[in-house]
Design a protein around this ligand. Structure first.
Ligand code: HEM
Length: 429
């Protein structure tokens, strides 16, 4: 990435979209993309280290091979897990010191709290909150039916700082905090859910998480070329612009390949995904809001929060998939800013389908190719997602991580989800 970013910096003409991408990489990415997350806790400020230790200790108690179908048994299991978690946090975390560090980051003291550690800590707290929220994997009905969960102060206080810093309003984690940042600078997968379970479960879990990391990794040249296509188009350099759009078309094959090659039964076992992987990333609880007098519920993670797809849609001039409310909840502010800038400078509508200019004709053609590839992804995703969501999981009610509890009946739930997919496909033109 550094090399590519240097290329951008060397551009004589500054452009808003260039500075926004640079800011995203510099701040949220800690100078790189995918964002750098320093998970080597021996290098962390001491006060933060106990969080990781506690997660690693408790995560062993989280999964079970066969969930109980007895609500009473599950209620006890959940209560015990949470009690233990709360107790360890209380005993081992010095919250005052943790807050001092977070204040230092707020004051831009990145020498005290380096950005790559900040990113890893975001993932650590997000993963800890999800572990506390569900307290047992597979996720079970009694937990799904909870409306509010009182999280320990050691998990709520840091979250406020972190969410303010990243510009997200949700109580749940998001695609960035729990998945992309869950890989260290060597690409190792860190906060696991199913430690101690059989290989099929652990390897499926890691493969699933890694798709999101890989999409961002392989997406780097795409961001770069989208920005350069915009800059060169603005300067009237159509031949250069055509090259950048063509690069995107070619690179998309690799990006989408990371999805196609992994999201199938041989890599992510259908028999384990719904019960052992998906539930952890859901949220489905809320808290009472004094101002409105209502309980505001938050949903969890979804692939729909992945930056690359939102950025491509913006570049193509297709409206954003997520509502403004869901973007603000789950997509970090600097990622939203990039998508807004890509949409603002989207030039596809300015091109003529019947242009005599061979470069312009080439750009039109390549835009068509990008749309075609996205449509192939969306059509395939519609079918594959359905298969994973249709698996038998008697311990739980129909739910997706991103939409929380669905209809009691699985067919109605699938129908409801299919409407999002079909609508999106029809918008992808
Ligand atoms: C078994 C795994 C998965 C299932 C069951 C699943 C399911 C779904 C469902 C039901 C939707 C539509 C409803 C909604 O937006 O919440 C959706 C949307 C989406 N998913 Fe997934 N998903 C999975 C994995 C992935 C992966 C690995 C990616 C990308 C790397 C991804 C990317 C997206 C995107 C970008 C959308 C928004 C719609 C679009 O842009 O086409 N999903 N997913």
């Amino acid at each position: 990435m550094t090399k590519k970013m240097d290329g951008i910096k060397a551009l004589p003409e500054q452009h808003e979209v260039v500075s926004i991408l640079e800011e995203l990489i510099h701040k949220d990415g800690a100078g790189s993309w995918p964002p750098r997350a320093n998970h080597t806790d021996s290098t962390w400020p001491v006060a933060l280290r106990s969080y990781k230790e506690i997660y690693q200790e408790l995560v062993l108690l989280l999964p079970t091979a066969t969930p109980s179908l007895n609500d009473q048994v599950n209620t006890t299991r959940i209560a015990n897990f949470r009690l233990r978690f709360r107790d360890l946090l209380y005993k081992r975390v010095n919250l005052a010191q943790v807050k001092q560090l977070l204040e230092a980051a707020d004051a831009d003291r990145w020498d005290v709290f380096p950005r790559d550690v900040y990113n890893a800590f975001y993932c650590c707290i997000a993963s800890s909150r999800h572990a506390y929220r569900w307290a047992t994997i597979p996720v079970v009905q009694v937990a799904q039916l909870e409306k509010e969960v009182d999280l320990p102060i050691e998990l709520t206080e840091p979250w406020k700082y972190l969410q303010r810093h990243f510009g997200c309003t949700s109580e749940s984690g998001n695609n960035m905090s729990n998945l992309v940042l869950n890989f260290d600078t060597e690409g190792r997968y860190m906060y696991k859910i199913n430690t101690g379970m059989y290989d099929l479960v652990t390897s499926s879990e890691e493969t699933f998480a890694r798709i999101f990391y890989n999409v961002e990794m392989l997406g780097v040249p795409v961001y770069h070329d989208m920005v350069l296509a915009i800059v060169t188009f603005a300067r009237g350099e159509k031949a250069a612009c055509a090259r950048h759009v063509a690069n995107i078309t070619a690179q998309l094959r690799l990006v989408l390949g990371s999805y196609f090659d992994h999201m199938h039964d041989q890599k992510i076992a259908r028999s384990v995904w719904l019960s052992h992987i998906q539930g952890f990333f859901a949220w489905g609880i809320g808290s009472y809001d004094d101002a409105s007098g209502e309980c505001i519920k938050f949903d969890g993670l979804s692939g729909n929060q992945a930056l690359l797809f939102q950025a491509l849609d913006a570049f193509l001039g297709i409206e954003q998939y997520l509502s403004p409310r869901d973007q603000e909840r789950n997509v970090p502010a600097r990622q939203r800013a990039l998508c807004r800038a890509l949409a603002k400078y989207s030039f596809r509508q300015m091109l003529s389908e019947t242009s005599n200019d061979k470069n312009e004709a080439q750009i039109v053609h390549d835009f068509g190719e990008i749309v075609k590839r996205l449509r192939v992804f969306r059509a395939a995703h519609r079918t594959r997602a359905r298969v994973y969501l249709s698996q038998h999981a008697p311990e739980r009610l129909p739910m997706t991580a991103g939409k929380s509890l669905l209809e009691p009946n699985i067919d109605q739930s699938l129908q409801f989800l299919d409407e999002f997919m079909v609508r999106r496909l029809s918008q992808t033109v």
